[in-house]
Design a binder for this molecule. Structure first.
Ligand code: ZN
Ligand code: ZN
Length: 326
């Protein structure tokens, strides 16, 4: 039951019955309020910026993120998992568990190839075992088969991290652009066009330019901050597309990263590598810095909550319900 329905129902009672009926009626509705579902959200977008640290957001020229932070629920201490490599962290984010569970312990991981025995397994589009821990992509397809799901990834290896065939549209970065580390341009354009055309229920956009600057020029350098500024411009394009599609009041956007970095890389356990931004914005999202611990593997459970599906029992993460008004 939506809060609108509750308000409408109690208003109707107020005008047509004595006051005590209103009290009784509100009391009867109380259990529904206690177990409130996520608000009426129809579209969820994740923008994952590879290697974007909280320091990057705070020091770079990021007008879009700055304005989002004024209304967002956010943490600058969301914890990545160890090792702070890309695959283990993207996997944990979309699989709702850590590497000791899903087995994606390095960038050389492939489906069906992990050493760790899976306690639970996702399913491919055809219903066959996926050879990997269940992800938010596969669970949304399984629980809401009519959903429109899309993934646009700048890093070509990203899409092996979710169940085969479960998305309606998946596009890698253009190879030439990716080779010159400009894949973010085409990826953003494809995501913007697809969102405007299809208004997907769930869309994941992965941008790689910031991580490249971290490796090439070093974290904390002007070139790194410039790259964060470019990512901010890509985020602006996606936000604009949502607004122009007329569904902003039903769309939630999560902006996060797989890891930060130190010097010319990442993989270790320093706060610079482990702390990542986790920024949720949209209708019903409360404003302010989250006062609860946020782990990157809480992301999948939070997305499930926002999308109105059940998190699998084997997911370790919790939905960050504190980010959303109940
Ligand atoms: Zn990465
Ligand atoms: Zn990297």
């Amino acid at each position: 039951m939506s809060s609108d329905t509750r308000i409408a129902a109690s208003t109707w009672i107020e005008s047509s019955r004595p006051k005590y009926w209103s009290f009784i009626f509100s009391f009867l509705l109380l259990p529904f309020s206690l177990f409130a579902q996520a608000p009426d959200i129809k579209h969820v977008i994740v923008i994952g910026v590879d290697g974007m640290s909280p320091d990057g957001i705070q020091k770079a020229n990021t007008p879009t993120l700055d304005s989002i932070l004024k209304v967002a629920a956010y943490s600058f201490k969301c914890q990545a998992v160890l090792p702070t490599s890309s695959s283990p962290n993207w996997a944990s984010m979309i699989m709702g568990a850590g590497p000791d569970k899903h087995g994606v312990t390095s960038n050389s991981w492939q489906p069906h190839k992990q050493t760790i025995e899976l306690e639970c397994e996702g399913t491919k589009r055809n219903g066959k075992p996926s050879g990997m821990w269940p992800t938010i992509f596969g669970e949304l397809r399984r629980q809401k088969p009519e959903s429109n799901i899309a993934c646009f990834n700048d890093w070509l290896a990203f899409n092996r991290l979710f169940e085969k065939g479960v998305v309606n549209r998946q596009r890698d970065a253009n190879l030439l652009q990716a080779a010159s580390h400009h894949g973010y341009k085409g990826i953003t354009k494809k995501a913007v066009n697809y969102f405007k055309k299809k208004k997907p229920d769930f869309m994941f956009v992965h941008l790689d330019n910031v991580d490249h600057a971290g490796h090439h020029d070093g974290h904390g350098t002007q070139a790194y901050y410039d790259a964060v500024g470019v990512a901010d411009q890509m985020i602006a394009k996606i936000v604009k597309a949502v607004q122009e599609s007329g569904v902003a009041e039903k769309t939630v956007i999560l902006i996060t990263a797989d890891h930060g970095g130190i010097g010319h890389g990442h993989g270790g356990d320093t706060p610079e590598e482990v702390n990542v931004p986790w920024i949720l914005t949209g209708p019903s999202v409360v404003n302010g810095e989250l006062q609860v611990p946020v782990e990157t593997y809480d992301t999948a459970a939070t997305l499930a909550y926002l999308l109105g599906i059940k998190a699998p029992d084997c997911w370790q993460g919790k939905a960050i319900v504190q980010a959303v008004a109940q």
